[in-house]
Design a protein around this ligand. Sequence first.
Ligand code: UDP
Ligand code: MG
Length: 328
Amino acid sequence: MPMKISIVVPCKNEGDALPVLLPALASSFASVCRICDAGSPWEFEIVLVDDGSDDGTLTAFKDAGAYLDAASVPGALSVRWISFSRNFGKEAGILAGLEAASGDLVATMDADMQDPPDLLPEMVTRLLDGDAEVVAARRVTREHEPVMRSWSARCFYMLMRRLTGLDLADGARDYRLMKREVVDAVLSLRERNRFSKGVFSWVGFKTEWLPYENVQRAAGETAWSFFQLVRYAVDGIASFTSAPLYASFALGSFLCAASLLAFLFIFIRALVCGDPVAGWPSLACIIVFLGGLQLFCVGLIGFYLAKTYEEAKRRPHYIVRESGELKL
Ligand code: UDP
Ligand code: MG
């Protein structure tokens, strides 16, 4: 039985990056055949997911054969592609790719070369030789990235680790090679609000981290705006922890207790010293502050309720417009 590796690549407007990525993948497959010994022949599968692109991404999928030098890869090579009816987000793309992948080992990788394909042979070697079930890449530098973005990403991962207790390494990417049992565990989580890094960490299994230097995008532009990233972060927190709800409960309890004490103090002072009418501006500030806090906490509860509603509707994670397969 050959040992099969599947590479899942979610793509949003990556028409310019794919002609760079696909030849690089073919050459790392050739290296895997040369370097890694699984005791059986290698077979390779690339699963490309088009997440509602409006450039030449789908055409590049169909022309994948022209970019992949199949003769240079000693093992069998095939390409599967899936095209969504609209943009469903990277997490849906990863899910669709994992569902379609049939490999014994499955990797998820970005299309823009920021997850360097030449790390693949090293990842395969570590997975075959060590006792880890997952080998995941971790950026140790964030060069070429806007300072504000690096800083907010670092704060987010620190907060996420504290709140959820999940093992989220700083600089962790969605670039990881997993054994089949890990993929099956990831697929068994059916929630709609999918935060892949959280899902990967939640299912557990032994993970080995492979550090590497940050690489710039090969072509095109990032599909994430700053606000999309903020939303991604907030959704990530909401799907893995209820800590904000507990925090709002704790804050509410503390304010109730403090206001009771303050009331007692004012009551006793009025009995002892009389009741001169003073300090209304500070009173107005306190009322506005507490009103704001109440709205914030109600909003927080509403946010979790909305997430529950979304899950309860049980809509599919994505809708496929067309799909196909190329044997090379
Ligand atoms: N992506 C996607 N759907 C989206 C946004 C991004 O499938 O709605 C893909 C994108 O094509 C790329 C990967 O997710 O392969 C990472 O996206 P990007 O490079 O924009 O993110 P960054 O590297 O800046 O975090
Ligand atoms: Mg990128």
